[in-house]
Write a protein that binds this ligand. Structure first.
Ligand SMILES: Nc1ncnc2c1ncn2[C@@H]1O[C@H](COP(=O)(O)OP(=O)(O)O)[C@@H](O)[C@H]1O
Ligand SMILES: [Mg+2]
Length: 328
């Protein structure tokens, strides 16, 4: 199973929408897909499930069916992860549901990072159990559903939670907008990924408890996805152009640690897709609880919308195939 995290410390760049749509698209392409919501804001979970389902998932009291339920013993320091059955969304599509209470795990994750280096094997063991929790959950849930691809959505920060989420990821896709904030975020991401990867490499040869499934912590950046601004024609707005033109160099220098490629963002080999802002389809899709590219006339996708649905399908299909090519 390939595990891919979608990561940027800038919010609102389309991470969750991307994971949601790609999960459906990989399913369209006959893959067995597991989506995992590791953002305590749980937007991915709310995209997949309707309100009655969410109420059942998040009752008052314990949440045995969410990511919080499975890692709760670790938060309480009362044992290890509990088995979790991923929630079926459709044939070949499963979700490890998110939970607002997941933020309670942040302190334990932060402490665990240093504990992994502890000379005392009991302390190190606790550190490793906590640090590998996400990896073990995604692996077990993926194996149970025969998933061959797992997509992880995370919140917009560079905290301990995301460090553990990224340790569980073989690959990283960076969703971006063409704006000042996104570019600043991109500048932080490269050094952050390097430090997390190096830190995990240093730890993973330490006092690891026997029989603990250890993630490789590769978190290899395979490229970025640029969310285009909403434009009426195909003519890019001036501000967009200004920031978009800077992305290839910043990505190469900060994330890949290599010389900037020649040419524009359109020609940048690290650019996986420039996803259109499907302004009219998104609200329709949210109402219909479907990905934009599966909207039907009955959902309101008539006339010009039907053509947009087709364009959207092709765009996400191309992106999904590109991701498959980059993760062999
Ligand atoms: N391709 C798209 N077309 C139209 N709207 C989009 C698209 N991608 C994201 N959005 C909208 O942009 C906003 C931010 O997206 P979201 O996926 O929640 O970003 P993030 O997870 O990075 O915070 C949401 O309102 C979402 O509906
Ligand atoms: Mg999000």
């Amino acid at each position: 199973m390939k595990t891919i995290a979608f990561f940027n410390n800038k919010g609102g760049v389309g991470k969750t929408s991307l994971v949601y749509h790609l999960a459906w698209m990989f399913r369209e392409l006959e893959h067995n897909v597991l989506a995992m919501d590791l953002d305590p804001q749980s937007n991915l979970t709310s995209a997949f499930l309707d309100e009655p389902e969410l109420e059942l998932l998040w009752p008052q009291g314990e949440h045995p069916e969410t990511i919080l339920g499975t890692i709760d013993p670790l938060i309480q320091s009362m044992g290890d992860i509990k088995p979790l059955k991923a929630k079926q969304i459709a044939e070949r599509l499963y979700l490890v549901p998110g939970d607002l209470g997941l933020s309670l795990f942040e302190d334990r994750l932060s402490e665990a990072w240093s504990k992994c280096l502890d000379d005392n094997p009991a302390n190190a063991g606790d550190g490793f159990r906590v640090m590998t929790a996400f990896h073990r959950v995604v692996r077990a849930a993926g194996e149970a559903q025969h998933a061959d691809i797992a997509l992880i959505d995370v919140g917009p920060n560079v905290g301990a939670m995301n460090r553990a989420a990224l340790v569980a990821a073989d690959y990283v896709v960076i969703p971006l907008g063409a704006d000042l904030f996104s570019l600043q975020g991109l500048r932080n991401l490269g050094p952050t990924l390097r430090s997390w990867r190096g830190g995990w490499n240093k730890r993973k040869d330490g006092k690891v408890p026997s029989n603990l499934a250890m993630p490789g912590g590769g978190m290899k950046p395979i490229g970025y996805v640029l969310l285009n601004p909403s434009v009426r024609s195909n003519r890019p707005v001036k501000a967009y152009r200004k920031w978009a033109d800077k992305i290839p160099a910043v990505y190469a220098e900060e994330v890949l640690g290599c010389a900037p490629p020649p040419g524009s963002v359109e020609a940048d080999p690290s650019q996986l897709a420039m996803v259109k802002h499907f302004k009219s389809l998104m609200p329709m899709a949210q109402d219909a609880r479907k990905p934009m590219f599966l909207l039907k006339p009955a959902d309101g996708a008539i006339g010009g919308h039907a053509a947009a649905v087709q364009a959207c399908y092709e765009q996400f299909k191309g992106l999904a195939q590109r991701i498959l090519d980059e993760t062999v």
